[in-house]
Design a protein around this ligand. Sequence first.
Ligand SMILES: Cc1ncc(COP(=O)(O)O)c(C=O)c1O
Length: 295
Amino acid sequence: MVCTGFGQALALMAAALDQGGGRSVAMEEYGLTHHLEILDHASFDTPLMGVDDAGARTSDLSDTDAAAVLLTPAHQFPIGVPLSAARRSAALEWARARRAVVIEDDYDGEFRYDARPVGALQSLAPELVAYVGTASKSLAPAVHLAWLAVPPGLLDAVVEAKRLADGFTGVLEQLTLDELIRSGAYDRHVRRSRMRYRRRRDRLVAELAVRSPQVSVTGIAAGLHAVVRLGAGLTASEEEAVCSRAARAGLGIQGLGRFRRRPDPGAAAALVVGYGTPPEHAFAGAVDALCDSLA
Ligand SMILES: Cc1ncc(COP(=O)(O)O)c(C=O)c1O
């Protein structure tokens, strides 16, 4: 099902699960507020799973009666770790045993820098996993295209939900993307972009190492953002203070706390720094302004 974005794919899945009597979708404790709001709006409970170095803590699923779990297995958003092999299997086993569904949010899978690509969970169990890819990172959010591979058991309900939502996704945009893919231009664009983003990432990490040695950078094997950990003992107020200084310098940077879906007063301070947005000529200045804000 071609959708207008991951948000719509999630809403369509919620409508389909609702028809089957589902009332709860488990989520990672870190993620976009917007996705929590979509499920809230559809009146779903959203039990939260912890996130650590191996990704979402799938053992937390055993405490829920969720009809689905929403995961970012390739690159946890925003923490940036991949879901470990053991937890990938655990999520699928849980879904199989509970007749539940895994919703796989593969928002930036095209941009993997250091390691081998992480395969889609969906390829291991297409009957259990609803895979969602999007053009928002590979092209631009304004393109408004995402694709949802629906497990067969939910297909009719998703088609009906899409018909009621908006009928169909823009055909000109779909035909244009189709042409880009068939001609090879999409592939070339992704390869070029991967090199460009990798250079940006390396520059960001190198500048921070020299000018802000008190911070550490994590979650950077893939994607278009880095998590910049501010240092031991610092908490939410320092996080906000750095973000305000950065905002005064013209940078839109958010603290990690903005992505936490439940309060954790003791959580260490960190920034989520997207490096894809500035135009090429402004990137060095943006990194410079970030380092000044951290000083
Ligand atoms: C975690 C996550 N999921 C999905 C998306 C894509 O959302 P959409 O396709 O609605 O633009 C993003 C942002 O690009 C994201 O950060």
